[in-house]
Design a protein. Structure first.
Length: 419
């Protein structure tokens, strides 16, 4: 049945049917054709999968990001970072990487990051004289740091299936996110120096810098507060998500004073649509995962991998290759839901912690967000910059090299993710 479902899914995907709908059509179609399991069980499974308390965190984190990223905060943060590093080689591009890293502690969505940060910084980088493809590539890659720095929507989805602690995943993602930030900033520096990219020549004025720092302070404090609350068990991830939304409302209304009824409505609509998309993918993927488990495919796959590859490091390498290939063709949340039931037993068999597997999986699949043919953040930033995808991909090559090098570290050095 699994092979039939895969075939139906490929046909539906090639017909340009959205991933979530393609998964539902493939799984339900497979059940109807084989006629071995009642179809109504698939519907029950879809509904059951959404009845999870931790999922409440998703709309609240989405709402927080929509409230904080828009308005005066974004421009204030860009000005602050430009004052700090705009004068070094590739500094303006590094501002984009740092902005995505900081907003990662607010939104938890790479797509939202690419849209918000890209809309602000790509036109600015082009005005400074940066090649449009390089600007688009930098922001497409940097946006994926967002899903490593807590809060992270993909981590919540992974925890739902794997049983791993959301709080542990959030804390584990901090160091990998910072390392990815450092690696991408290094690429910007090397490229800026080698190719003579322009630097920000605005004179440094301490009073102006202090003013921008004070203005951006409440937003910069949010990711720190999230980590403290989770690390010391002060609140659960769901409770933290609600508090973060209340914090965003207070900061937007009283500190930045840019909270309007229109902005609140737009943030609620954006959060609702984004949450609906994620939940639809969760519901659709749960049916496939249920069928795969029903046919005992994870156990068979684990046994086959252990007997064929034998060596743990080869098994980990094979998992990485499968994740990379999957991430290039399937959206990240759907890929997480489909691969997790397969790889959790296999990771346990080779002694890999579930949290380490989660970070490794998310880093793997995030590369697909700025790699063709799916490349969600790649398409967003290319559209903003008004350049061809192929030109942006050429500029992304050093970012791919850095991401893959760090990925090997996350896969084979547990201390990078378990602390």
């Amino acid at each position: 049945m699994t092979i039939l479902i895969i075939g139906l899914f490929v046909v539906a995907a090639l017909a340009s049917i959205p991933i979530a709908h393609a998964l539902v059509l493939a799984s339900v179609g497979g059940l109807l054709i084989i006629d071995r399991v009642p179809v109504h069980l698939a519907v029950e499974q879809m509904i059951t999968q959404t009845q999870s308390f931790p999922l409440i965190a998703i709309p609240f984190f989405m709402m927080t990001g929509a409230l904080m990223v828009s308005g005066r905060l974004g421009q204030s943060l860009v000005n602050l970072l430009s004052m700090m590093i705009g004068r070094v080689h590739g500094g303006p591009a590094q501002v984009g990487v740092l902005s995505s890293t900081i907003f990662g502690g607010v939104s938890g969505s790479a797509v939202a990051d690419a849209s918000a940060i890209g809309s602000m910084l790509i036109p600015w980088l082009k005005r400074l004289g940066y090649p449009a493809p390089f600007a688009a590539g930098t922001l497409a890659a940097a946006a994926t740091i967002d899903i490593l720095i807590p809060p992270s929507i993909p981590m919540i989805v992974y925890a739902l299936v794997s049983g791993a602690s959301i709080g542990a995943l959030f804390v584990a993602g901090i160091l990998p996110g910072l390392l990815m930030c450092g690696g991408f900033m290094a690429v910007c520096y090397v490229q800026g120096r080698r190719r003579g990219f322009p630097r920000d020549t605005t004179p440094f004025v301490w009073p102006a810098f202090r003013q921008q720092l004070l203005h951006a302070g409440p937003a910069l404090a949010m990711p720190v507060l999230i980590v403290i609350f989770l690390r010391f068990g002060i609140a659960t991830p769901t409770e933290v998500s609600v508090m973060s939304t209340l914090y965003a409302l207070v900061v937007s209304g009283l500190v930045y004073r840019d909270l309007t009824v229109a902005k609140l409505k737009a943030a609620a609509v954006e959060a609702g649509i984004s949450t609906g998309v994620v939940l639809l993918i969760i519901m659709a993927s749960s049916v496939v995962g249920w069928i795969v488990t029903y046919e005992q495919l994870p156990a068979a796959f684990t046994q086959y991998a252990k007997e064929t590859l034998q060596s743990p490091w080869l098994i980990i390498l094979a998992m990485n290759l499968i994740m990379l290939a999957t991430g290039m063709f399937i959206d990240l949340p759907a890929a997480v839901l489909l691969l997790t039931p397969m790889f959790v037993p296999l990771a346990s068999a080779v002694g890999m912690d579930t949290v380490q597997l989660g970070i490794m999986m998310i880093v793997n699949l995030s590369i697909g967000l700025y790699h063709p043919p799916i490349g969600t953040t790649l398409f967003i930033t290319s559209s903003i910059a008004k350049v061809r995808i192929g030109d942006v991909v050429k500029e992304l090559i050093p970012f791919y090299v850095v991401a893959l090098a760090l990925l090997l570290g996350f896969a084979y050095l547990p201390w990078l993710t378990l602390h």
